[in-house]
Each structure stands twice: as structure tokens, then as C-alpha cells.
Design a binder for this molecule. Structure first.
Ligand code: APR
Length: 234
């Protein structure tokens, strides 16, 4: 990896699967138990706020029972030792990257352990249940909602992500099906800018054809191996 300086890593639900957090589209996936339209759209939040808030309360509570796995820990080690630019862009709303020690990280689809004010946009760390109409401390409106980017809403930090993709020499996608945009298009942006592109995934994804290299297997095995290949014995 001699000519690699700037790295962008994209992670999806597959990196947290071995920690016990269900993915979305696999067997027993989250979307098998719930219709996206019922729990992950602005319309659902208006139609049945109690159902939507409860869905995310249950997922937030489940975080206490799971731990980062070797893949999260390997990325945290990369973060600690990589001398060049690094941005870990996660589609996941769990906190396992942070708990493993990652710092150069952003959640493009929001976070379970955060509440968003629908009135003023303030974001607040949130650990417990979040009932509908909870009052926002910043503006006083009874308007706190799960800080989750719903389908049809704009993901967070897209300008920062685009800038990192434009400048990267290596783009690595881990544990994502490539089914949801804009994340599914990142590989093409990176490749068009001349970056090397690698996919580490259990199964071929919708975007496998766009990667220079696709390695199939479990993240807990492939990610530590890949990090060793990048860091050497650092
Ligand atoms: N190791 C590596 N990859 C895995 C593992 C594993 N142990 N287990 C599953 N995978 C892979 C699957 O092969 C699949 O390609 O992880 C991917 C999970 O795909 P999805 O369930 O579609 O999750 P994701 O790609 O993160 O979904 C993207 O869609 O529903 C929305 O907002 C939600 O952020 C989510 C987005």
C-alpha cells in the first residue's frame, strides 16, 4: 500500500452483525419484521409516532447487550495509527465504532443514542427511551424525535463525505448491500477520482461490479487482515 495516503471506509450493518445486531435485508433482517414505511419515513412519524419512537427505543435499549467485534476494533486501530487522512463513514446507527475507539468517524444515517429536535434541529445525546412530544431543552418545543435519517430525508454530512471521496486514494466498503443511495454510489465517485476500491462483504453486493477487488467473508476475519496489510506491523 505504498501510494495510499487518504482512506475512506464505508461501513454498513454487516460490520455489526457478528456483534448480534440484525442487518436489514438478510434472513431475519429488521425489514423482515417491520415495513420500512411503518417505522422509517417522515410520514410514519406523523401517522404513528408511538410506533416509530418505540421501534427506536427497543433498538437503543438493545445496544447495552452488544459489544464491538474484531472488525470494529481493527478499524479503531487503523484510526489510531494511520498517518494519512482517514474518514470512517458509517450507515449504522449503533455506537459500536465509537465504543471500539474510532474517532475519525461520522454517522451519515444518524445515531440511536441521539435525539433530534424536529423544530430547531438541535441534537442531544440520548440513552433511554424517547417518548413522543418530549420537550427540547434548546427551544422548548415538544418536538424531540429519534435522530435517525428516514427514507426520503437527506443523510448527514454529505459535503464532508463528498470532499473525502474526491481526495481519497483508497475506498473500502465493509458489510453493506449497496442497496441504498447515496452510500451505494460512493464507490463510483471514488473510482472515478482514481482511488483503489475494495469491498469486504459476506456476500456479493449490488455494487460489487464497481470495485477493483471484492473479498467475500466475515468482517471479523477480513477487516483485521486488511488493517494489518495497510498498517504493516504498526
Ligand atoms: N460480515 C460481513 N458482511 C456481512 C456480515 C458479516 N458478518 N453479515 C452480513 N453481511 C453483509 C450482507 O451480505 C449484506 O450485504 O452486510 C450487508 C448488510 O446489508 P443490509 O442489511 O442491506 O444493510 P446496509 O447495507 O447497511 O443497509 C443500508 O439501508 O435500511 C437502510 O438505513 C438503513 O443504513 C441502512 C441502509
Amino acid at each position: 500500500m505504498t501510494d495510499i495516503r487518504n482512506i475512506v471506509v464505508l461501513t454498513g450493518a454487516g460490520i455489526s452483525a457478528e456483534s448480534g445486531i440484525a442487518t436489514f435485508r438478510g434472513p431475519g433482517g429488521l425489514w423482515e419484521g417491520h415495513r420500512v414505511e411503518d417505522v422509517c419515513t417522515p410520514e410514519a412519524l406523523v401517522r404513528d409516532p408511538a410506533l416509530v419512537h418505540r421501534f427506536y427505543d427497543l433498538r437503543r435499549a438493545a445496544l447495552a447487550a452488544v459489544e464491538p467485534n474484531a472488525a470494529h476494533r481493527a478499524l479503531a486501530r487503523l484510526d489510531a495509527h494511520w498517518p494519512g487522512e482517514l474518514l470512517i463513514v458509517t450507515q449504522n446507527v449503533d455506537d459500536l465504532h465509537e465504543r471500539a475507539g474510532a474517532r475519525r468517524l461520522l454517522h451519515m444515517h444518524g445515531e440511536l443514542r441521539s435525539a433530534l429536535c424536529a423544530r430547531c434541529g438541535a441534537r442531544t445525546a440520548w440513552a433511554g427511551d424517547l417518548p413522543p412530544a418530549t420537550v427540547c431543552d434548546a427551544c422548548g418545543a415538544p418536538a424531540l424525535r429519534p435522530d435517525i435519517v428516514f427514507f426520503g430525508e437527506m443523510p448527514y454530512a454529505m459535503e464532508r463525505i463528498e470532499a473525502a471521496l474526491e481526495a481519497c486514494d483508497l475506498f473500502v466498503s465493509i458489510g453493506t448491500s449497496g442497496a441504498v443511495y447515496p452510500a451505494a454510489g460512493f464507490v463510483r465517485t471514488a473510482r472515478w477520482r482514481g482511488a483503489q476500491t475494495i469491498e469486504l462483504n459476506l456476500d456479493p453486493s449490488d455494487g460489487s461490479v464497481f470495485f477493483h477487488e471484492s473479498r467475500m467473508g466475515a468482517a471479523s476475519v477480513l477487516v483485521p487482515e486488511w488493517v494489518v496489510s495497510v498498517l504493516g506491523d504498526a
